[in-house]
Design a protein around this ligand. Structure first.
Ligand SMILES: Nc1nc2c(ncn2[C@@H]2O[C@H](COP(=O)(O)OP(=O)(O)OP(=O)(O)O)[C@@H](O)[C@H]2O)c(=O)[nH]1
Length: 480
């Protein structure tokens, strides 16, 4: 049985406790801290009250409550093995290549035993027949379950929970679960099932959302004007993704692909993107994503930082980043004035990243600036140099989450809090927030805070200004 990353366990099982205890740890370090309520734990408690749990499991909450009642100290550095079953959601618009990817995963040589849940609208099961890989699997290996006659995100959501429960009973027969949604599924409620349903989240760990994009046809679906309140599924499937496969590249030109990638980036500046034909990507890249794992996020950011320092070469074929039309000047001044700026293109990704802290993005010739799309769903990446005031961040984040509510789809960040030796890592889905102390800032490491928000109708200007106001400015009194 594969145990999915010990780090995942650390963040998900004890996300709440490490955060709360971190505040206590600070108190013991600094006598003055006791007078001030640690703000991020406040947000966390607030969300727990509202949602009855979320990303923190019942186990974690019990541990926190018990520890708080007994005034005990929990070893927050202890790694907790996460033995929950990892689940990958494959989504993407009709015909984008989901079943093709599934076949690829089922036949690839990765040594993992996979159970599949296929969702189809109609009563007649066609999709499972298209999973040609099933013919090559022995009876014992066949774990393909069909959820017919309804969509996972609405009518058959309870069936999904039931089916997952059945799989949990047979967990010795496989290592992970892959769920293929219908082409018209809105991934949000499916994701929430894994986060908010207590029994499900206790036993299953949502590893990542992989979205297939039909590079030839997706734009027309993105442009679909929907009535107020209706979901544009193609947009939402991109917005919630941890991995995006721009499939069917054989049907499009390079310049179309660059243009599409720029547009995808404005919708989701958090996901990694790969171009492919026949969904032929490395299975490691789609399985074991750790998309909801704080430690993993920190590691990726770290890798991005190192690669940006040591390797400015780009593999255009692999990640297809739209650099051909960017005019990046890597000799520009990276010493920052520390202002919060919006990085409208992908700069902080494990595979490809730059540290452009503080430089003026408006001076770049970004290809997608020429192509204006009125996508109500988009992403905002912010980066400021220096430290942030704890209380200001608390207030700002709490207000933002409360105000945006369901319009805030996903967000992640790594913050530099004044007076804290370690980084603060957090992520959230709608109003479910999870955060925890990360690694210490290295002595020579530039302290800075970055955040990515993906949502609908986000008021970028207001969010940017709010973030900027959290910065510690020269002469500020820092309260920790
Ligand atoms: N030209 C081309 N065709 C592809 C590629 N990938 C998949 N296809 C074809 O596109 C069609 C749809 O692929 P599927 O994998 O069934 O797509 P899907 O997302 O599962 O489709 P639905 O279940 O209907 O939503 C099939 O005929 C595939 O063979 C590709 O990279 N290039």
């Amino acid at each position: 049985m594969q145990t999915q990353g010990v780090h995942a366990g650390h963040s998900k099982q004890v996300g709440g406790s490490c955060l709360l205890l971190h505040a206590r740890k600070l108190q013991s370090k600094r006598p003055s801290a006791g007078r001030h309520v640690a703000i991020i734990p406040d947000i966390f408690r607030h969300q727990l009250r509202k949602l009855g749990g979320g990303l923190a499991t019942r186990k974690a909450r019990t541990a926190v409550t018990a520890a708080a009642a007994a005034h005990e100290t929990i070893d927050v550095s202890a790694e907790v093995i996460d033995d929950r079953i990892p689940v990958t959601i494959i989504t993407g618009f009709l015909g984008s290549g989901k079943t093709t990817l599934l076949n690829h995963i089922l036949t690839a040589n990765h040594g993992k035993r996979i159970a599949v849940i296929e969702n189809e609208f109609g009563e007649i099961d066609i999709d499972s027949e298209l999973v040609t890989a099933r013919d090559t699997l022995s009876d014992g290996e066949q774990q393909i379950m069909m959820l017919n006659n309804g969509c996972l995100c609405c009518t058959v959501r309870d069936d999904l929970v039931k089916m997952l429960g059945e799989l949990v009973q047979r967990r010795d027969q496989f290592d992970r679960i892959v769920v293929e949604t219908t082409g018209l599924a809105n991934p949000a409620p499916i994701i929430q099932t894994f986060i908010l349903d207590q029994d499900t989240s206790d036993k299953l760990n949502l590893d990542g959302v992989v979205t297939l994009v039909d590079s030839k046809h997706v734009e027309q679906h993105l442009d679909d004007k929907k009535a107020e309140g209706d979901v544009n599924e193609a947009l939402e499937q991109i917005a919630y993704a941890d991995r995006i496969i721009m499939n069917k590249t054989d049907l499009t030109s390079d310049s179309e692909l660059r243009q599409l990638e720029s547009r995808i980036r404005t919708i989701n500046d958090m996901a990694q993107i790969k171009r492919a034909t026949k969904a032929n990507v490395s299975t490691d890249w789609v399985l074991g994503v750790g998309g909801f794992d704080l430690k993993r996020y920190e590691e990726e950011a770290e890798a991005a930082r190192h690669s940006s320092h040591h390797d400015h070469s780009h593999d255009h074929h692999d990640h297809g980043h739209a650099h051909a039309t960017h005019s990046h000047d890597h000799s520009h001044d990276h010493s920052s004035d520390g202002h919060a700026h919006e990085a409208e293109h992908a700069h902080a990704h494990a595979e490809h990243s730059h540290d452009h802290s503080g430089h003026d993005h408006s001076s770049h010739d970004h290809h997608h600036h020429d192509h204006h799309h009125d996508d109500r769903i988009n992403s905002l990446s912010l980066l400021v140099d220096g430290d942030l005031h704890l209380e200001a961040v608390n207030l700002w984040m709490g207000t933002l989450i409360d105000f945006c509510k369901e319009d805030l789809f996903r967000y992640k960040g790594i913050l530099s809090i004044a007076g804290w030796e370690d980084k603060f890592i957090f992520q959230g889905v709608h109003m479910v927030f999870e955060g925890c102390a990360g690694k210490n800032w290295e002595p020579n490491e530039k302290r800075q805070s970055k955040m990515v928000f993906i949502g609908r109708d986000l008021n970028k200007e207001v969010i940017r200004e709010g973030f900027e106001k959290c910065r510690v400015k020269p002469g500020d009194r820092v309260v920790v």
